[in-house]
Design a binder for this molecule. Sequence first.
Ligand code: PEP
Ligand code: MG
Length: 559
Amino acid sequence: MSSLDKGKSTVYFGVGINSKKAHGKIRFYNENTHPVSQNEAFSSPTVKETRSAESEKARFFKALEKTVEKTKKTANLARTEIGEDEAQIFEIHAMLLEDEDFLESVVSALESGLSAERAVEKSAEDFYLQLRALGDEYLSARASDIKDIAGGLLLELGSKAENCEIEDDGQYILVSEDLTPSQTVRLDKNKILGFITFSGTPTSHASILAKAMGIPAVVGAQKIPTEYDGKYCLLDASSGKITVAPSESEKREFLKMCNQEKRIDTEHDKYMRSLLNTPAVTRSGHKVMIYANIGAKNEVDGALLNGAEGIGLYRSELSYLSRRAQPTEDELYSEYREVVEKMQGRRVIIRTLDVGADKQAPYLGIEKEENPSLGFRGVRFCLENKNMFLIQLRAILRASAHGRVGIMIPMISTLDELRRTRLLIKEAMDELLLRGQGYDKSIELGIMIETPASAIMADAFAKEVDFFSVGTNDLLQYTLAADRQNSKVSHLTEEAEAVLRLIKNAAEAIHENDGWIGVCGEMAADLRYTQELVSIGVDELSVSPPYLLGIRQKVCDSK
Ligand code: PEP
Ligand code: MG
């Protein structure tokens, strides 16, 4: 895309990550004090190649220890200031720092005579380039995490300046080649009105964090020349438009829009709050359960505040992915119990471990696959890792003694998988009986409909389970053969008709067998589909907490 000259102002475009707007002076990160180089991923600072390999190793390991410690502190900061999901980004950074392959590569570079700085740069750069070369949007987005980690180590080795602050008392819109997750989380919200990066995508961690922090941002923007530093600019993160040096009329128009949006926001908020206790019943009398999707126990408060009638999807794998080792039964039990108790008798559907594809942790030992989405994931992994599965099943069962729990199995495609899972649930129950530990003997069992096979076979499954929840994120990818991580084919998932038909047929079969069906993929939160989903007869919509009230309102407005 080329920039468009409009009179005195200059317009640039990128991808907006939220619907927010900002205006103010732009400031470029100073190349000398900025931990991320403007031109290269890993620019080499002055390096000292004169010390012995042993002393360089000692320097490196000391820096490593300090960086891990700092990264954990950042994780805690993110946990208190933003949320658990965001904290996990830094927990994973801490794990990556101690990744065996990375450490091996650094040590071998040190042994070949490189300085600690060069060894870190070289190993990180190799890793970074490998990820970039894969041409995969998701992995490219992870490449900036590697920069972040290397930047932290170089900082400890004394070759980068820590402070990336701009000497300016006022507020500004930050412009940078890229931002790493830890730079994003440390942005001073009192100073930063918004940011623009030339790299990055809406799925990169910096974008995910900025969204959660409510910072207006445009990523992957056209290059703005550095001579514009200090110029006034209008940043519209909903359209991705950046207007540098706007004319008076452009500025007036923009400010008018900002004020209107602010007014609408407060009035809208007030109205939405008034819906909190309104039952979600369509105009024709169909009652829909409005449940929340969560990934961690600290999201329950937000769910309840926004009127969640239950938890429709507890993505239990997130707590596995943030750890260095498999959680114990007691750790899982205490997490689940806390959620169940907070929900005070409302239904809590815990989805069993759904790892594989893009959800990986080193200790799971999942081998690299040609086609991970079609590979060893979800229940397929669990059935081959029975001990790990049994530990989780026992933890869920024990939590069921404290409220109303449902077990939901991900990525089911055959009846055999379901039956083998049921046998393991029975084995877990027997063990608890032997131990004298309580559980809900009539605990509900459900499956996710994420594969076309489970949707088509819903009538057979309905004879064996209590409920279903449609994972439209995966069902769309498998039905349309469009990888959900690949932005080049994401337009295909807008063609939802095939999936809607699958849901309709499944719903009919499930209702004939007295079961119920919900939707917990992102389609459940997309207001364009609410009318159709409720007229198909979907019984539950499960969405992340910020969308709960909007969906409740839309259901009430539906026919
Ligand atoms: C889905 O596939 O729609 C779903 C809810 O599961 P996840 O997004 O965790 O794969
Ligand atoms: Mg899924």
